[in-house]
Design a protein around this ligand. Structure first.
Ligand code: GAR
Length: 214
């Protein structure tokens, strides 16, 4: 590969905590040629048993596990802020153009975000959140949307990909998708519909950002 081609390569580091179906959607899109200049340099999980790590290994992607609790117990002066700094340092070693939170369930500290906002090269950090902007920030967003529908508070839900800022599940919106809720839906059915939409939307958002890099 020539050096100009390498420069155009859009390296991702993907952070996960669990099943990794969204990671799988990115892997599949790369393998299918739907994300032509994108490469996943590493998958990092804060949970050693995250099934997404197996998905990454199967696709021959480098993996790292960086658990918060064992880090905190590992020495004097360690706290969530230094964890954020160390996680950022680990990510920097892979020289990503974009950091993707795909079901990463830890709140990132200012120490982490500052590293990519204030130091060069600047790297965007994006998050997939299973609710529309301004709705259901935090955990269990799909369940909370389902309950809000049943209480007549909303008529549909949706999801967004957004840039990560200190405020949880907020920040500049890159892409949204509305997801209908039907009267006969169970929570399982809605979750399934949400995940299918997430897989498409996350890949589209990465495509949009990778193309603006060309
Ligand atoms: C996804 O539904 C994602 O939107 C959600 O975690 C799930 C991960 O699924 N993220 C959040 O709730 C972040 N606030 P996956 O591990 O199968 O990709």
């Amino acid at each position: 590969m020539s050096s100009s081609e390498i420069n155009k390569e859009f390296n991702l580091v993907v952070l996960i905590s669990g099943n990794g179906t969204n990671l799988q959607a990115i892997i599949d899109a790369i393998e299918n040629g739907n994300l032509p200049n994108v490469k996943i340099s590493a998958v990092i999980s804060n949970k050693s048993d995250a099934f997404g790590l197996k998905r990454a290994e199967k696709a021959s992607i480098e993996t790292k596990v960086f658990p918060l609790q064992s880090y905190l117990k590992g020495g004097e002066g360690r706290d969530r802020s230094t964890y954020g700094t160390e996680l950022a340092k680990l990510i920097r070693t892979y020289q990503p153009k974009l950091i993707v939170l795909a079901g990463f369930m830890l709140i990132l500290t200012p120490s982490f975000l500052n590293e990519f906002e204030n130091n060069q090269p600047h790297v965007d950090v994006i998050n997939l959140h299973p609710a529309l902007p301004g709705q259901f920030a935090g955990a269990h967003a799909i369940q909370r949307a389902f309950e809000a529908y049943q209480n007549g508070q909303i008529k549909h839900t949706g999801l967004m990909v957004h840039k990560v800022i200190e405020e949880i599940d907020a920040g500049e919106v890159i892409m949204t998708a509305e997801v209908p809720i039907n009267a006969e839906d169970t929570l399982d059915i809605l979750e399934d519909r949400m995940h299918k939409t997430e897989h498409i939307t996350l890949v589209s958002a990465i495509k949009k950002l990778s193309q603006s890099h060309l």
